[in-house]
Design a protein around this ligand. Structure first.
Ligand SMILES: NC(=O)c1ccc[n+]([C@@H]2O[C@H](COP(=O)([O-])OP(=O)(O)OC[C@H]3O[C@@H](n4cnc5c(N)ncnc54)[C@H](OP(=O)(O)O)[C@@H]3O)[C@@H](O)[C@H]2O)c1
Length: 267
């Protein structure tokens, strides 16, 4: 069991793995692909041809339709949390790439959605841009009171950060609440609640499903997204440290260095 889990992690000395997008330049004999096809490449999986949904764009395949963005949100919320209409969903790091799609799928499924983020700008974007029910800045000195007022008690907590926000959310659970440990975190259990971690790689064979519905939602204008693009791979060394400053939201991939972002944080 431990062997199976640890094989998911990059070992010391191993080359860092990543999912990526590529355009087919040349095909071998018998290949079902054509030059010009856009393919998703996952470690140890065959390249899979992708279609951009009507109204979508190439960057969507790294963001709301990408494995570590919207696809994670999709399975975390629908399969792990099993969100239902009328339930109260709280999402931490709500303006991030996973969180922003989680919030929007929650709304599509009829939940009351409260997002938590670290700046007023991000909260404004969540509220006005994504049209969720409430957005709370966890840096506000009155955050816990605001949480109590906006949330009351919650049915699903989609945890993207852990720490104090998770600790507080655990005090506000309705009976039967589910906590999705999207952030890598040691598992804990709670009486009458379900806490479940998941790794998106477990869903690799079901990825097409996470394209069909969200692709339709993009076409219908129901998934809103923003991108931050840092052109040229040479820029990667200066752009990479931004990941750890959490001033922006980003995804990296493709032959160019690209990022998917929420609103720019003024900090
Ligand atoms: N389970 C899986 O298979 C899987 C797959 C993909 C991603 N993930 C996990 O999902 C989570 C979200 O990923 P993402 O790609 O959406 O991240 P992201 O877009 O980079 O967003 C991360 C955000 O987290 C917030 N944050 C960082 N440190 C924080 C802290 N100490 N307290 C509160 N908020 C903090 C920051 O937003 P604010 O400015 O709003 O604080 C930051 O922008 C990550 O934990 C990632 O590891 C899991």
């Amino acid at each position: 069991m431990l062997g199976a889990i640890s094989s998911l992690f990059v070992q010391i000395g191993e080359v860092m793995r990543s999912a990526g997008l590529a355009t087919v330049v040349r095909v071998g004999e018998g290949s079902e692909l054509q030059p010009g096809d856009v393919v998703q490449c996952m470690p140890e999986k065959a390249a899979r041809k992708l279609e951009i949904p009507p109204g979508g764009q190439l960057l969507d395949l790294l963001g709301p339709l990408g494995p570590s963005g919207g696809v994670t949100a999709y399975f975390g919320l629908l399969d792990v949390a099993k969100i239902k209409a009328g339930e109260t969903l709280v999402v931490s790091a709500a303006a991030g790439s996973v969180g922003s799609v989680t919030c929007q799928i929650g709304k599509i499924y009829g939940a009351k959605v409260i997002g938590i983020a670290g700046s007023d700008d991000k909260c404004r974007w969540l509220k006005e841009g994504l049209k969720i029910d409430a957005a709370l800045n966890y840096k506000s000195p009155t955050f816990q009171d605001e949480f109590n007022d906006a949330v009351g008690y919650l049915d699903v907590f989609f945890d993207n950060v852990g720490g104090e926000i998770l600790d507080f959310a655990l005090t506000r659970l309705n009976k039967g609440a589910r906590i999705v440990l999207c952030v890598p975190y040691p598992s804990t259990t709670h009486q009458s609640h379900r806490v479940e971690g998941f790794v998106i790689a477990d869903y690799a064979d079901s990825f097409p499903e996470a394209f069909t519905n969200p692709g339709k939602w993009i076409s219908e204008g129901r998934i809103i997204r923003k991108f931050h693009v840092a052109e040229k791979l040479e820029k990667a060394p200066e752009s990479l440290p931004l990941l750890f400053l959490w001033r922006k939201h980003r995804k990296i991939g493709g032959s160019r260095f690209r990022s998917w972002c929420g609103p720019l944080d003024k900090r």
